[in-house]
Design a binder for this molecule. Sequence first.
Ligand code: MN
Length: 443
Amino acid sequence: MSNFTHDPTTRSWVAAAQAPGCDFTLQNLPYGVFSRKGAQERPRGGVAIGDQVVDLAQLAASGLLPEHARTACSVAGGETLNAFMGMGLAGWQPLRHALFRLLSADTDPATQAQVRDCLVPLVDAEMKMPAQVRNYTDFYTSLHHALNVGRVIRPEDPLTPNFQWLPIAYHGRASSLVLSGTPFRRPNGQSRPAAGQVPAFGPCRRLDFELEMGFFVGPGTALGEPIPLARARDHIFGVCLLNDWSARDHQFWEMDPLGPFLGKNFCTSISPWIVSMEALEPFRVPFERPEGDPRPLRYLDDTADRAAGSLDVQLEVLLQTRRHRERDLPGDNICATSFRHQYWTVAQMLTQHTVGGCNVQSGDLMGTGTISGPTPGEAGALVELSVGGTREVPLPGTGEVRHFLEDGDCVVFKGWCEKPGAARVGFGECRGEVLPSIDLDHA
Ligand code: MN
């Protein structure tokens, strides 16, 4: 599945794309939507390269692209990426390949100068939501997360019997999706101090993050039309970072028996850049199950997905408190793991979602569920890191500790892929800050 756009030896004439640790290499070319800061102008699609954004609307009008790529580029230059996502591989591939050629160092100087006219410095770009997300679903596909959380809420039987047989999910709330950098208020809600006691109303006292990735649906489907596992790849546009902020006290009281509600619906953050599945191709790894676990049922199993259905994306979580910011510190790293440990693949998630006939639309967002790896430092939520709030999570940078999030705390996710023989492909970051709750008693 690899092609010339994965060749790590090809360099870009955008110098910053070669800087060590750069997320936005020539081999990445992630998609987002932006407008220039302070300018009264229409948002449009862009592709990040080094420290620049290629303005796709302007590039489409430049006459530099061959026919198929030009059509795709003008669609991707719209105010959201929904229509471009809906084009499928027939649109995604010609544009990626043409962009790679135009931005590579062996492009002639005259062409380089024309493309340079279409660049906007990243620091001058104000990022927007990349798609109009009409439907958002959040899965629950990390075995280690399920066990860690299960031990807190059901110690006698931590793993529900369905976990090993199907990618479990709940239908989330698209209206409260926000872009990285958008702060949110600590939610108010109902919780029960202890079993048998009367529930209380007030600000969340167990506010948490969930380290997740999100994937966007490409071409949609008609009602009643399942996506077989072998075709799932054609319907997945790309991947971003996602923080499924969670009010644990509200969630654990309300979720039995219908699932999360206010514990999850107050805010979900996503990173602005979507890394395409084609860019992630070198980082596919075999889908593996622990010895002795059941093989997926036939509709969730095929040789291609078994051979390369998982993605090796390195992930880390930084917690930055007010005190870190006062001292100009980036925050403390409280989790480092990889997406490769997930118990189900993104293709299996999409197939499960549609197997009963549920239709999907271009731009629909699927969260993968919290990503926790096998060791304690790989837990992707505070409820796991603090073992249900019973242990302190140390922040060595300031000497503070946390059990759950406090007002002013900022959580930053970073993600990237690296391996010998491939160029680095990074996701940038997903950031959000907790603001104090609204005081409903004295409002
Ligand atoms: Mn979640």
